[in-house]
Design a protein. Structure first.
Length: 152
């Protein structure tokens, strides 16, 4: 099994998000957001990273129709163009979703035997960085809602 990455805490101040489904943009919202990725001490919790998505003024926003305000993901690993922060279960309540099935099948390892996702709970978060290692985009993959939410 590959060794998971230890991701330093990250924060992106985003001005908008787009929602994509089946290759089509279905929503675009201009909203000031704070997107946090924070390492959790695994000796005290069984989760690896805490993800927090909130409006800058801390009120409930349009983003929360698509992404929970706070959720946990198990592990991080690197691809050529991004860092993935994910929960990769052998079995879950996400059904008939080819993208999710392919993701789980091609993942380098599984993080849980079973996981029950909530409707607006992503199974994966992608972190994109510029040449200066500044976080410039975060995207969330939601298996039940079958959405990709991109925040920039």
């Amino acid at each position: 099994m590959e060794t998971p990455l230890r991701v330093p805490n990250q924060l992106l101040y985003a001005k908008k998000f787009e929602v994509w489904s089946n290759g089509q943009k279905v929503d675009e919202v201009f909203e000031d957001l704070q997107l946090w990725v924070e390492q959790i001490h695994t000796e005290s919790l069984d989760h690896g990273l805490q993800i927090t998505v909130r409006k800058s003024d801390r009120t409930h926003g349009e983003i929360h129709k698509y992404v929970k305000e706070r959720f946990y993901l198990d592990v991080a690993y690197a691809l050529e163009d991004r860092i993935l922060v994910c929960t990769i279960p052998e079995i879950s309540n996400i059904k008939n979703n080819n993208s999710f099935d392919a993701f789980v099948n091609f993942a380098p390892f599984k993080t849980r035997e079973y996981y029950e996702f909530e409707p607006n709970e992503p199974y994966c978060c992608s972190l994109f960085f510029d040449d200066n290692n500044e976080l410039i985009k975060v995207s969330y993959s939601n298996g039940i809602g079958r959405n990709l939410i991109e925040c920039t």
